[in-house]
Design a protein around this ligand. Structure first.
Ligand code: AFP
Length: 339
């Protein structure tokens, strides 16, 4: 009897994919991690449904409050944060959680069993896009809790692990389609939400960043913050065929890292949000729950990610909401921009 042909993409659900990954390599996807990922994926379905209601669901607009980042909180920032906390705190997979929307960590209540993982997330990435119906996303990162956590409460320090220690990373993107893109360290896979039955269906993977795509993503309004290296890198690409490179580039900027990174995973290119070279440590993106998970995904897809000099995944965190410069995507473009 011939081996059963692998099911065509679209026929494989997230649950089946994770169970088969667990069978292939229990180390990369043990049952507890599989169940955690399925829980996060279910919460992302609920978040996507809330977003799709728009003005009909009283989910748009700001709350008149600020988060720990000093940024205006949108209703959906808080709704999505609560959904992720509620979905994940009772399952027994986690020792704690951390979020862009919470000043400090969220410990698992004593009434629930604790697990061996730490979950970090940006519940809604690209919040400024919510009220104008542009793509937003949810970014998540999974770390192992230190072994001695079993006998004590987790602390913020337990979350301060370099990105290379992540055991899983992913994002949901709420756009024309609702997608989940995921890695457990064995390739990057895309799932599309089948809204008719409510299941995630495998639609791409293992994903590889196409090399040589001449497309960069940067917020040009921040030009005064760029180092000479970044300034030269962008100016040469704007000069295109009339400049030293002798070839044209294109630019995209979606104000949602999830949407820009998804485009890079699908068709290549590079994303840059450099730190402000005039003031040490002044940067926009957060290391633990934006840069690290995206860097794991991009490296798993054959790309690279630096802070403008050093590999993102090797940066030793010193704070839960630490910010970092980001240059990520096509290996050659990242190398040139990080030189
Ligand atoms: P928000 O989630 O606060 O909208 O920030 C989104 C983000 O962190 C990242 O997703 C975007 O690439 C970047 O900020 C957009 O920054 P600008 O608003 O400066 O373009």
């Amino acid at each position: 009897m011939t081996n059963p042909q692998p099911a065509a993409h679209g026929a494989i659900t997230l649950s089946r994919f994770l169970i088969e990954q667990q069978r292939r390599d229990a180390e990369s996807c043990p049952a507890e991690l599989r169940l955690l990922i399925e829980t996060v994926a279910r919460a992302c379905k609920t978040i996507g449904h809330a977003i799709s209601k728009g003005a009909l669901g009283d989910v748009l607009g700001a709350l008149g409050s600020e988060n720990v980042q000093g940024e205006v909180q949108k209703k959906l920032d808080v709704i999505a944060n609560e959904l992720l906390l509620d979905a994940n705190e009772w399952g027994g997979h986690l020792a704690g959680m951390a979020s862009e929307e919470m000043e400090t960590i969220h410990r698992i209540p004593n009434r629930y069993p604790k697990g061996e993982y730490l979950l970090l997330f940006d519940p809604i990435d690209g919040s400024s896009n919510i009220d104008v119906d542009l793509s937003v996303g949810t970014i998540f990162s999974v770390l192992r809790a230190p072994e001695d956590c079993a006998g004590r409460d987790v602390t913020e320090a337990d979350f301060l692990q370099p990105g290379r220690d992540q055991v899983a990373a992913g994002y949901a993107i709420y756009g024309p389609q609702t997608l989940l893109v995921l890695t457990v360290g064995d390739g990057v896979y895309e799932f599309t939400l089948d809204r008719e039955v409510g299941s995630w269906r495998l639609t791409d993977g293992p994903m590889r960043i196409p090399a040589g795509t001449r497309e960069f993503a940067i917020n040009m309004a921040r030009r005064r913050q760029w180092s000479p290296t970044i300034t030269r890198y962008i100016e040469e690409r704007i000069a295109g065929s009339e400049g030293p490179l002798g070839i044209d580039y294109n630019m995209r900027w979606t104000a949602s890292m999830v949407a820009d990174i998804h485009r890079i995973l699908k068709r290549g290119g590079v994303f840059l949000y450099p730190a402000d070279h005039r003031e040490a440590g002044k940067a926009r993106l957060r290391l633990l729950y934006e840069a690290n998970p995206m860097a794991m995904l991009v490296e798993q897809a054959g790309g690279t990610a630096t802070d403008g000099r050093d590999r993102i995944l090797d940066i030793p965190p010193h704070g839960l909401h630490q910010r970092v410069g980001v240059v990520i995507g096509d290996v050659q473009e990242v190398a040139i921009a990080s030189s």
